[in-house]
Design a protein around this ligand. Structure first.
Ligand code: GLN
Ligand code: ZN
Length: 760
């Protein structure tokens, strides 16, 4: 009898204790020889496969592991190396590979950008007319490795040609199909060789199918996969989609492949609805992504089983594969490492390893009937119920406030034009006021003091004294530089989300809950597990102290609700909008506390607003409306003469300019370095008539900019923006920079502002 199969789409690379990161960084700094490094990496890779095998997963992904990024892996497999790096053809060396990613030999690294709507960044392939060739068959290599070393018949994972080219740059939009066609024969070769090796299953990822696509675009998939099918008819290809429902369901399920992978966790019910409405081909396998690959909560196995039961009314069990909704790259490795976490919370968590276990249970249930997993279902339901009913999850005051949101005014007292006059009067700033984005250099000494304090080696009072001394030092430096609006420097903060998470109720921090963000860089998102509420003021003391040292206005500095939400793992028992508004209400209290204590400029940063944008166009408006509402809920209760600032990173503002305007901030500062001229272009097409500072120099490099570069940037901005509304600032926080270069660069910026003022 054939059996229901379990499968995984990808496993975290970093290791339980970030062994992978450590090996990489030691290799980069020369502390680890290449041979030793490769040995360590192999050990990690094999261990991960073994773990999945031990759990009882049937289809174990191979080739998803990476030394940096899977999109870069795909590019180098085809010999795609930007011209500025050394490359003479053939297999791309490890050194060149890292060079493309990191720019270590002086050539500029390739651009990186967010992988769909996640916080994972991939390296953007630069095609630039290069003729791709298959210089190594990576999937084959990793398949053989797993087979020879562990006896595992893995499932090679390959990034599909259409998505790969879509994510690349260096070709004209009109040539898209022709470029894809260049890659298809190479993919055919990969599959042919896999077939010769006796590979049964292959997973080809085409997440682009979960974005908004025209119906005509599906025909390209038809051509591509027809060719691949003819090249290797004995390999069973699962066309894998994730992160949302697929567009044009009927066309996609008819494509010439043997299996379709669908996300049943982030599809807002649409994949299931389409399946029920249109059915599913009898000759295909459905790989059903029921376990959420993006979140860290224990699955409600009863509900998951119910979805599978519904699916199995349409798809026969021997055509069903049970799997996570996406790669597990986006969740931490194992809950087991969290020894100190509160038991109720820990009981309701599930990281990668626990999710694999859930998959195995569900597979068993589908195979042997629900009775066979009754006990496990009960355990999961109880764990979730206990957390849901716990007092920390339920703060009745917060819940009442959310129910009565309409009683909170989320509009400023006066419209911008009126406020502008009042604020001009109140602040008496020069034309083109100068300021910075918030943080000043977090030197080793700052980090050392914080670590000592965290370890209890210095007292709270001593640490506070140290922070105050830093603030004082930088107020003096800002006076000397001649800035118009000051900041306190954020020396007390490691991370702009963690800092607030630690001070608000409803957040929890794990010890080892890391996920890869880019390259070896990992982040540890906080868990928002309970109702979020305000405990006591979070930023007032430092800000008021800074303000007491100067006559210049000091901006209070907060992180906005959408950014806190997007950079956390969020509870899924209530809507994301409710969580966002809970955070907004807490921030509103902080805004009010700052104002009451005499702080008249308050900046609420929203660098993550763009990345949360839904993949499907039709869902964007409601997301942006909710984001704008939350921002206004947090910021609008102030007097007309209190100036609200905001700051955003990221280049692609085209789709969100209306939302940016709707925030109704008095002043916005935007990062521009990564968008070059494009951003200005966006403002040519759309007028923006509130205060705005387009970052005039790039803080990502230690280089001190030349005055001409700055005046050129300012002049260009002033062609489209009103000088009465224009601010001059660097394009992001200065936390990662050194002291000397920061002071030097800011002095050049002040000089550029003065020169421009004289011309006006
Ligand atoms: N205020 C923050 C800082 O200056 C903003 C950081 C960001 O935009 N990512 O560090
Ligand atoms: Zn920024």
């Amino acid at each position: 009898m054939s059996k229901v199969k379990s499968s995984n789409l990808g496993y975290p690379r970093i290791g339980e204790k970030r062994e992978w990161k450590k090996a990489l960084e030691q290799f980069w700094t020369g502390k680890l020889e290449k041979a030793e490094f490769l040995d360590q990496i192999e050990e990690i890779r094999l261990k991960h496969l073994q773990k999945q095998n031990d759990q009882g997963i049937d289809l174990i992904p191979v080739g998803d592991f990476s030394l940096y990024d899977h999109v870069l892996d795909t590019a180098v497999m085809f010999g795609i190396v930007p011209k500025r790096f050394e490359y003479a053809g053939g297999k791309v060396s490890l050194e060149t590979y890292f060079d493309i990613a990191r720019g270590t030999t002086g050539a500029v690294a390739s651009e990186m950008t967010k992988w769909f709507n996640t916080n994972y960044h991939y390296i953007v392939p630069e095609l630039d007319g290069a003729v791709p060739t298959l210089v190594e068959n990576r999937p084959l290599q990793f398949y053989k490795e797993a087979k020879q070393k562990l006896g595992i018949n893995g499932k090679p994972v390959i990034l599909g040609p259409v998505t790969f080219v879509k994510l690349s740059k260096g070709y004209k939009e009109n040539d898209f199909k022709a470029v894809v066609d260049q890659f298809v024969p190479l993919y055919a070769n990969i599959l042919r060789e896999l077939q010769e090796e006796g590979v049964e299953w292959v997973q080809i990822d085409e997440p682009i199918l979960s974005t908004t696509l025209l119906k005509e675009e599906i025909s390209l998939f038809n051509d591509v996969y027809q060719t691949l099918n003819e090249a290797a008819p004995n390999v069973k290809v699962i066309l894998q989609t994730y992160f949302d429902s697929i567009e044009h369901y009927e066309d996609v399920i008819s494509l010439p492949v043997q299996g379709i992978g669908l996300d049943f966790a982030h599809d807002r019910g649409q994949n299931l609805a389409a399946l029920k409405k249109h059915g599913f081909p009898e000759d295909k396998v459905l790989a059903a992504g029921v376990i959420d690959g993006r979140n860290i909560w224990r699955a409600n196995l009863d509900e998951k089983y119910a979805i599978l039961a519904e699916i199995s009314e349409i798809v026969s069990k021997n055509q069903l594969i049970v799997q996570p909704s996406s790669s597990l790259l986006h969740v931490p490795v194992t809950v087991k490492s969290e020894e100190t976490l509160d038991g109720v919370l820990k009981g309701a968590l599930s990281f990668a390893d626990e999710k694999l276990h859930e998959l195995v249970i569900l597979t068993k249930g589908l195979q042997d009937g629900k009775e066979a997993i009754e006990k496990e279902i009960e355990v999961s339901t109880n764990a979730i119920q206990t957390l849901n009913e716990s007092s920390i999850r339920n703060n009745t005051q917060v819940q009442e406030a959310i129910q009565n949101l309409h009683t909170y005014k989320a509009e400023r007292e006066a419209i911008f034009n009126v406020r502008q006059g009042i604020q001009e009067e109140a602040f008496q700033l020069p034309l083109l006021p100068t300021t910075t984005i918030g943080s000043f250099p977090q030197t080793q000494e700052v980090r050392k003091q914080r670590l000592k304090w965290r370890k209890g080696e210095i007292t709270d009072a001593a640490y506070e004294e140290y922070i105050k001394a830093e603030i004082k030092k930088w107020i003096e430096i800002q006076e000397e530089i001649g800035l118009d609006v000051f900041v306190h420097g954020e020396f007390e903060r490691t991370d702009m989300v963690e800092f607030f998470g630690e001070k608000l109720a409803g957040f929890q921090f794990t010890k080892f809950g890391w996920v890869q963000s880019y390259g070896s860089r990992c982040v540890k998102p906080p868990l928002i597990y309970g109702d979020v509420s305000y405990k006591k003021s979070m930023t007032v003391e430092e800000t008021v102290y800074a303000q007491s040292l100067t006559d210049k206005p000091v901006k209070g500095m907060l992180t906005g609700p959408i950014t806190i939400l997007n950079w956390s793992f969020v509870r899924d028992d209530i809507s994301r909008n409710d969580v966002t508004n809970q955070i907004a209400l807490a921030l509103r209290k902080e805004v009010e506390a700052l104002e009451e204590n005499g702080i008249r400029m308050i900046q609420v940063d929203e660098p993550a607003i763009r990345e949360g944008l839904p993949l499907k166009h039709e869902n964007r408006e409601s997301y942006l409306n909710a984001a704008v509402y939350a921002f206004k809920l947090a910021t609008t209760s102030v007097q007309n003469d209190t100036q609200i600032h905001t700051h955003m990173c990221y280049s692609d503002f085209k789709n969100i300019i209306d939302a940016i305007k709707a925030l109704d901030a008095d002043v916005i500062s935007i990062e521009t370095s990564r968008s070059h001229g494009e951003l200005i272009y966006a403002f040519e097409e759309n007028t923006y008539d509130q205060g705005i500072g387009l970052g005039v120099y790039d803080i990502h490099s230690p280089r001190v900019p030349k005055i001409e570069e700055l005046t050129r940037n300012i002049d260009r901005a002033l062609q489209v923006l009103d000088p009465k509304l224009f601010w001059i600032n660097p394009d992001c926080g200065l936390k990662t920079r050194g002291i000397n270069e920061t002071v030097a660069a800011l002095k050049v910026m002040i000089e550029a502002a003065e020169q421009t003022r004289e011309k006006l």
